[in-house]
Every structure is written in C-alpha cells, then in structure tokens.
Design a binder for this molecule. Structure first.
Ligand code: HEM
Length: 166
C-alpha cells in the first residue's frame, strides 16, 4: 500500500516535472547567436577588413589616408622590416570581441574606447560612410538578414559621434 502510494507519488512528480520542463521556453536567440556566434562575427570582421584593405589599394582611395599608419607598421615601408606586424591582427581580435559583447554574446571587449581609438585620425563623415559600405558588403556576403543588419547598424551608428571628427 505504502509502496504503491510512493510509486504513484513519484509518477505524478515526474509527469509534473516533465510537463514543466516541456513548457520551459528556450531563451530567444540574441543578435550574437543569429550572426553565427563568435565564428560568424569573425567572418563578418574578416570580410570588412578584406574589403577595407582592397579599397585602400584603389586609385583615389578614401580609406587609405586613415589606415596608412597601420598598413605601414604591418607591411614595412621601402623594404624596411614591419615595425608592428601584429597591429592589424590585434585590431581584428578587438573588433570581434567588441561586436561579440555588444550583440549580447559572452565576449569581453578589452580594447580602447572608440573615442580614444580614433582620436587624432580626423575621420570624416565621408570616410565613415565608405567604411560602412565595406561593412555592408561583408554583411551581404555573410548572408546576414535585413533585420539583423538593421539591429547591428543601431549599435554601429551609436558610435558615430565617438569615431568621426576627432
Ligand atoms: C562604428 C564604426 C567603427 C568601429 C566600431 C570601429 C572599431 C575599431 C576598433 C575596435 C579599433 C581597435 C581599438 C583598439 O585596438 O583598442 C579601431 C581602430 C581603428 N579604426 Fe575603427 N572603427 C569604426 C570606424 C572606423 C572608421 C570609419 C575608420 C576610418 C575611416 C576607422 C579606422 C580605424 C583605424 C585606422 C584604427 C587604428 C588601427 C591602429 O592604428 O592600430 N575606424 N576601430
């Protein structure tokens, strides 16, 4: 009798727990998740860097002016050894962390504030807009949806005032 009662009780409990477990809703995916987590964000950043790099090589490049110090440090000037070969790689890793954190992921940005990072560069509105076009091209080649792009641009455009004009 007691054993039956115990068995019935256990059965009821497990059914209840099962029902509760089944009703538990999975947390909605964050923008970080939807962009493909760290791997997806890294692919977007690598695409952006490749596009910016290609733009610095075209005649009348808009991006070359601001990026020349970094490119010279990474590539070396006039056959001289590079003065800072990992500078672009550090920027890339910082940017992945920054987006990984800002989109709700578990990454932590450890780089400079946007104001400090871009101070002294005198980034113009035109340069920002061409940079954004390189990002757009990378988002498209990474097949990011229109909604996710819009959500990312809110994050990016919030930084405009710290990046441009300093
Ligand atoms: C919202 C837009 C932008 C974001 C989120 C962003 C992000 C970053 C990050 C994370 C860094 C590295 C900071 C660090 O190493 O601590 C950086 C540096 C840099 N950014 Fe931006 N950036 C933006 C726009 C621009 C624009 C428009 C330009 C130029 C047209 C630009 C050019 C550079 C350059 C040249 C560096 C420094 C590289 C170096 O000297 O090592 N950025 N940016």
């Amino acid at each position: 009798m007691n054993r039956n009662l115990l068995a019935t009780g256990l059965l009821a409990c497990s059914l209840l727990l099962g029902a509760c477990g089944g009703k538990e809703e999975a947390a909605a995916p964050t923008l970080y998740d939807r962009l493909g987590k760290t791997e997806g964000i890294a692919s977007i950043v690598d695409g952006l860097i490749a596009n910016v790099g290609a733009e610095t090589a075209v005649p009348n490049s808009v991006m070359l002016r601001s990026h020349k110090p970094m490119l010279d440090a990474v590539n070396g000037v006039n056959g001289q050894a590079p003065t800072d070969p990992t500078r672009l790689q550090r920027l890339r890793n910082n940017f992945v962390d920054q987006l990984g954190e800002a989109t709700g992921g578990p990454l932590t940005y450890k780089g400079l504030s946007m104001l400090t990072a871009h101070r002294g560069m005198g980034v113009t509105a035109k340069e920002f807009s061409v940079w954004r076009e390189q990002l757009e091209a990378s988002l498209n080649s990474n097949k990011v949806s229109a909604n996710d792009k819009a959500e990312l641009y809110v994050i990016i455009d919030n930084m405009y005032n710290d990046v441009v004009g300093h």
